[in-house]
Unconditional design. Sequence first.
Length: 106
Amino acid sequence: MAEKKGDAGPEEYVWVRFPKEKDNEQFAIVLQLMGGDQIKAKCADGLERNCRIPGKMKKKVWLREGDLIIIKIWDFQPIKADVVWRFLGNQTEWLRRKGYLKNLAV
């Protein structure tokens, strides 16, 4: 079916993963790459945590400063966490527009 000029067009669908609160996951922003598989991240609860990039993500997902990620906080050492997910630019923008990132300065 042809679209007319001036139509808003089809609605854009964005699939976004949300943190699982029961698994101690939350949003965070990458502040600094520490080298190797370590990063420093600013978390949604206001703390800065040292985060580890697990082996299954190390070569497949490349992180940069300012990226939005989901981290899983360690039960036995709550100042540290593992990176679980990295968001792409359009996903980050969608989350910011919908108000999910009020605690973070993205």
